[in-house]
Write a protein that binds this ligand. Structure first.
Ligand code: CA
Ligand code: CA
Length: 147
């Protein structure tokens, strides 16, 4: 499935709403990127896109990227060091496991929303909202290809 048709218009809206809601409750920043291919290593591709979207530039190093490779049916969830240093070791695996339950049923939008909500709860725990919070990274879905 091509990246641009991975989510329906309604699913895109639900995902963007979930990001906005999660970001209302914390100072972290969440992004979703849908690529066609996973590249040689989906984790490495996710890291490369993380940098290419300048997600490493958040003030508190608390950006989280959901990287999906729609044609290869692979995905990865990665967090910047600020969040990576504080969440339990198995946290990212738990998020992925939750999403896989939905993805197995082809419920890609709902799976992303569930993953975003779970990350949002964790971000809220460690990075509570701050006064004059700014939206450091756009909530819109990105479509960078694997690098
Ligand atoms: Ca923010
Ligand atoms: Ca944002």
């Amino acid at each position: 499935m091509e990246a641009k048709s991975f989510l329906s218009v309604e699913e895109c809206r639900n995902v963007i709403d979930a990001i906005a809601e999660a970001e209302n409750n914390c100072s972290g920043e969440i992004r979703v990127n849908i690529a066609n291919k996973a590249g040689e290593n989906v984790m490495e591709s996710a890291v490369n896109v993380f940098y290419s979207l300048e997600m490493d530039k958040t003030l508190r190093k608390n950006g989280v990227l959901f990287f999906i490779a729609s044609e290869d049916r692979r995905f990865a969830v990665i967090g910047d060091e600020g969040i990576n240093n504080v969440v339990p070791e198995n946290f990212w695996n738990d998020v992925c496991a939750l999403m896989i339950e939905y993805f197995k049923k082809e419920e890609f939008g709902a799976g992303l929303v569930a993953g975003i909500q779970k990350c949002g709860e964790k971000l809220a725990e460690f990075f509570p909202p701050v006064d004059n919070d700014i939206d450091e990274l756009p909530n819109e879905i990105a479509y960078e290809d694997a690098k």
